[in-house]
Write a protein of this length. Structure first.
Lengths: 248, 211
């Protein structure tokens, strides 16, 4: 077999990109000066152009398409843009510190993992809350956020995840009061199922923030969700309407 | 590059382009993106992302890596698409090719450590990459192409289909396939050559899907 016969024989494998790396590189170099092979490879590529559609489609994670768009058009090129919303929320928290009474997270099923950030309106407690908040935001490796629209108003949930302490700061903002027969409930999405977190007591006039550790157990934490649960009973899994979920 | 199955631009009787034809819609969408219409790009992202993620995820077995690949593909498209160049190639085939190529590049960069794919059994590999989508899961556009491709793959003999799955959809090198299947390297090459020859014949008539 001559050298060129080898290239002719392997046109299809090259066009399908299934040659090993060294062979593929040699073929690419050959194409630079062989019109016949270049033309043949182009034709085969066209014949096989839909073959990748045999792969099983994967549903994108929430917010992914938005990230793709932002990345493509360059809005995420500058790091501050990625942090714009979280920083904006943090700034709002700071600017309103004097007048705020940050809501208390009510631990329900996982008392050791949930801590109220602020339980009174004294300056010391507020400063402690601010320090805790900024500490986690500063080291947060991931910021997850979801938009929630209720009763014509747009709010959301933002989670700052600290990989060192394995604690999250959760901000819920812009939501109306819970219905009379329901309550806002935070859930962990874990590889072995949903785990009840804190009940979120929303005040429509200000953001609610709480810090939570991870629930006990061996399952991997995959994300979090916010639901409205019936007032009566405490099911081990969500029974009410899902408002938002975010995935790590 | 010549394109298989691209219908010629349809014309109304008065000679104006038929905007309902796939070619006209393709040209319109491409033109809007070239004109930096972000909404057009958003439409393209929404329509095509599940398929692109499927291609990248099937090869990389890592969702974060797959997402990185898809993000880079769209960034490249946004920054490089113009009226010429790859204009003869449909947007979707172009995106699929770019995604596969970037996934291959990323696979080849994994020079250390155990590749995630090796942690899967052969049965899991076959299911993970090219498991057919059930009709009730396939409400999204492009499913008819997916079904046609699966029919073509399903028509291959088992040994040839396994080689294609591992080489094309999993991104394994031919030497890795030979080791995995316990057959000589030459046998893998023969199976791939025969399989792709049949796939070329079967898939060439496919018409465009315009996102």
């Amino acid at each position: 077999m001559t050298a060129h016969e080898w290239f002719i024989e392997h046109r299809t494998e090259y066009a399908a990109r299934v040659l090993d790396a060294e062979e593929s590189a040699a073929f690419a170099a050959h194409l630079a000066h062989c019109d016949a092979c270049r033309s043949a490879v182009a034709r085969i590529e066209a014949e096989l152009e839909w073959l990748p559609m045999g792969a099983t489609p994967v549903a994108p994670r929430p917010e992914f398409e938005g990230r793709v768009l932002a990345h493509a058009i360059g809005r995420s090129a500058s790091p501050w843009r990625r942090w714009a919303l979280p920083i904006g929320i943090a700034a709002s928290l700071v600017s309103g510190l004097a007048g705020w009474q940050i809501g208390q997270a009510k631990a329900v099923a996982t008392p050791p993992s949930v801590a109220a950030v602020v339980t009174d309106t004294t300056g010391r407690a507020q400063l402690a809350a601010l320090r805790d908040t900024l500490s986690i935001m500063r080291t947060a490796a991931r910021v997850m956020q979801a938009t929630i629209t209720m009763q014509g108003k747009e709010g959301g949930m933002v989670i700052f995840a600290d990989p060192v302490t394995h604690r999250w700061n959760v901000v819920v903002h812009g939501l109306p009061k819970a219905p009379v027969d329901g309550r806002y409930q935070f859930w962990f999405i874990r590889s072995d199922g949903m785990v009840r977190g804190a009940e979120v007591q929303v005040d429509p006039t200000r953001p609610m923030i709480f810090t939570t550790g991870m629930p006990p157990g061996d399952g991997e934490i995959l994300g979090a969700a916010l639901t409205i649960e019936p007032m009566e009973g405490q099911s081990a899994s969500p029974q009410g309407r899902e408002l938002a979920h975010v995935m790590l | 590059m010549p394109t298989a199955g691209v219908p010629s631009l349809s014309l109304h009787r008065d000679g104006t382009p038929d905007s309902s034809s796939p070619a006209a819609r393709e040209a319109a969408l491409r033109g809007r993106i070239v004109e930096r219409d972000e909404r057009a790009l958003a439409e393209l992202i929404t329509a095509t992302t599940p398929w692109l993620l499927g291609v990248a995820r099937g090869m990389l077995h890592d969702t974060d890596d797959a997402e990185d690949v898809v993000m880079e593909v769209f960034r490249t498209l946004w920054n490089t698409l113009d009226g010429g160049g790859d204009g003869a190639t449909g947007l979707m085939p172009l995106l699929l090719r770019m995604t596969r190529q970037r996934a291959i590049d990323r696979l080849r960069q994994r020079t250390r450590g155990v590749r995630l794919v090796e942690a899967l059994s052969p049965g899991e590999q076959a299911r993970s990459a090219v498991a057919p989508v059930e009709p009730n899961e396939a409400a999204q556009a492009g499913w008819h192409i997916h079904r046609r491709v699966h029919a073509a793959l399903g028509a291959l003999p088992d040994d040839q289909r396994s080689a294609v799955m591992l080489a094309y959809f999993e991104g394994l090198a031919q030497s890795e396939i030979a080791a995995r299947l316990g057959v000589p390297l030459g046998t893998v090459k023969t199976r791939l050559r025969l399989a792709f020859g049949k796939l070329r014949t079967t898939l060439a008539p496919l018409k465009d899907w315009v996102p």
